[in-house]
Write a protein that binds this ligand. Sequence first.
Ligand SMILES: NC(=O)c1ccc[n+]([C@@H]2O[C@H](COP(=O)([O-])OP(=O)(O)OC[C@H]3O[C@@H](n4cnc5c(N)ncnc54)[C@H](OP(=O)(O)O)[C@@H]3O)[C@@H](O)[C@H]2O)c1
Length: 334
Amino acid sequence: MSETTSREVRLISRPQGLPTAADFKITQTKLEPLQDQQVLVRNLFLSVDPYMRGRMNDGKSYLPPFELNQPMEGGAVGEVVGSRASEFKPGEVVTSTYGWRESFIAHSKDLHRVSRGVQPLSVYLGALGMTGMTAWAGLKLGEVKAGDVIYISGAAGAVGSVAGQLAKLKGCRVIGSAGSIEKVAFLREECGFDIAFDYKIGPVVEQLKVEAPDGIDVYFDNVGGESLEAALTCLRPHGRIIACGGISGYNAENPQPGPSNLFNMTTKRLTMKGLLVRDWLDHQTEFEKEVGGYFKAGQLKHKETVVCGIENAVSAFLGLFSGQNLGKMVVKLA
Ligand SMILES: NC(=O)c1ccc[n+]([C@@H]2O[C@H](COP(=O)([O-])OP(=O)(O)OC[C@H]3O[C@@H](n4cnc5c(N)ncnc54)[C@H](OP(=O)(O)O)[C@@H]3O)[C@@H](O)[C@H]2O)c1
């Protein structure tokens, strides 16, 4: 790549069910000379995230659909290589939402400077980025406190692994589920979860009843489906559900039935709150101070799975739906 060209990933068709490589294409574009207040950024890491699947569909949602034949938007960390804005100098590191491109030109107001001293820089896409903030905000939304028994699904992923560690720091008893023996070991041995189980080896509800015989106070939902139904069974009266994600249904071609035991919401007087991390952007400074402090003090582990090269960004994204990642899935660019 020279300084004036960039490869980028574009969505070229709206997937039905699980996306395939044929729904995307990589194109090379030429970058124009910088105008006043513009900055040229070379990306170092791209984020691939489950929510992007929703943006591949047409139709109204909390974010607009990705435009066909346009570069896909998303979180990225990059280095300033040229600038006509006094606020940014070459060599500085910035985050953006310009997404799946090797290099791009942005208006300075669309960039957020971060410290190069924090390593790896990909942490700004994970524990200190959008997914870490989701975990932090979710615990606040669910009013999670010391002594709570909290169950987290999708626990070995970007949001789940941070949510569990932060809940431990708050003094909770933390139970996590994930899709392999290796992930279960990671949760127990590296993230400090009290209990972790593999949701693929038996019904979630049976495993959860064994691991939490007296029930749970909070459920941090990253997957929906069977795990949500199990949590509704195991929640104690006045329990809380943090509705963060439902990845088990993101590729469904038809609407999925809701939990068969939803009436437990009534009989147990449960509360379920929907979480959108973008509602919490006003709390960015508070998040950075608190969670950044834990990270710098070595109290919070940032685990990631790194895939190299923009040509592998699509397979990294698809890997989220078959559990290829431990921690945050990121794409490293040369
Ligand atoms: N509300 C918000 O503002 C917000 C913000 C960020 C993320 N989210 C949501 O939070 C959830 C986690 O996001 P993340 O970025 O941390 O992703 P992630 O957990 O790092 O990656 C996705 C993981 O989901 C699991 N998975 C895939 N298909 C599954 C299925 N059918 N059933 C159960 N688990 C499945 C896989 O782990 P296993 O190997 O364990 O199956 C995979 O590693 C997603 O639902 C995402 O959409 C919400």
